[in-house]
Ligand binder design. Structure first.
Ligand SMILES: [Zn+2]
Length: 313
């Protein structure tokens, strides 16, 4: 428990500092918009997942079809199965997620305002996700920025500013997108691509319980991972996959999937009128439009699919 005791400006500064610390790419994208066209990584920081991901989506459908029929933007994700195979096991994933949460909590301040609503909607979406048995924990961060992000193991973070502008369907879309990242183990996969996961796994492998010196090592390793920005750097395909999983998840939970579209449209509007609220994290309007197009494509597909494909229960 290490909340910052400063007031609003201090908090915002802390969050911004956190974002910059987590990802130098974020800074680069804010100052040099042309870098958006790079095609390897999204420019998100750990707190800038939701609205930076628009910049990561290049719709082959829209760009290649040039006005003709849209091809399937989510083809590669259909029918995918998700497990921890080849990755850290789930128990350890939860442990490092908890450790990441400790580190994140050093940089933000939480609020109980909206917490109950976020948890209620989030848990409902989580239950119908493709990873329903994980214990998800939802956290509301005080910030005037519209934002959300997630860490491995089921910790989902959303800012109170976003909570306040979103209706229930829209909030469900944001939380469902973040759950999608957890379902697909995107951060774990990213960690695995680096030495970081190996280091963490080694620490876990050497212990039967976390205590004393080992706990200190774990904390250090987790702090390094959080500071590195690894958790925030999702690839373009990962963002598309989270959108795909997100729109399906919210629909299965009984929310109107069009909430994902209206959420993005709302953000587009706010980006015009109050750009500082979105600032560096939402820098790419045209690609957000493509994201809207992809979501609308998928909603049409969902609505044309017979209800009997719901196998649950
Ligand atoms: Zn995302």
């Amino acid at each position: 428990m290490n909340p910052l005791n400063s007031k609003r400006n201090g908090l915002l500064a802390a969050i911004i500092t956190l974002a910059i610390t987590f990802s130098t790419l974020t800074l680069a994208s804010a100052q040099q918009p042309q870098q958006r066209s790079q095609n390897t990584e999204s420019q998100g920081s750990i707190i800038s997942d939701i609205f930076s991901l628009g910049s990561t989506i290049v719709s082959s459908a829209v760009s290649s079809a040039t006005g003709s029929l849209q091809s399937d933007p989510y083809e590669q994700f259909r029918g995918a199965r998700y497990t921890n195979a080849g990755l850290m096991n789930e128990r350890d994933e939860i442990r490092i997620g908890n450790q990441f949460h400790v580190e994140v909590s050093k940089h933000v301040q939480y609020t109980t305002a909206g917490q109950e609503r976020v948890n209620r909607i989030g848990q409902r979406v989580a239950r119908t996700s493709l990873r329903p048995t994980l214990l998800y924990k939802f956290h509301v961060i005080q910030s005037r920025e519209l934002n959300a992000f997630s860490t491995p193991g089921g910790h989902i973070y959303v800012t109170d500013a976003l909570v306040n502008v979103a209706n229930d369907d829209e909030l469900a879309s944001v939380l469902s997108h973040e759950i999608g990242h957890v379902v697909a183990r995107h951060s774990l996969k990213r960690l695995q691509q680096t030495q970081a996961l190996g280091d963490l796994a080694n620490i876990f492998g050497s212990i039967t319980g976390i205590a004393g010196q080992t706990a200190g090592q774990l904390g250090t390793a987790a702090a390094q991972v959080v500071a590195s920005g690894l958790l925030a750097s999702h690839s373009r395909d990962e963002e598309r996959e989270a959108d795909f999983l997100g729109v399906h998840g919210m629909a299965k939970a009984g929310f109107d999937p069009n909430g994902m579209v209206t959420m993005l449209q709302k953000v587009q509007q706010i980006a015009h009128s109050e750009p500082d609220i979105i600032g560096s994290i939402f820098s790419d309007h045209p690609d957000t439009q493509e994201r809207i197009d992809n979501t609308q494509y998928e909603i049409a597909r969902i609505r044309s699919t017979p209800a009997r494909t719901r196998r649950r229960r």
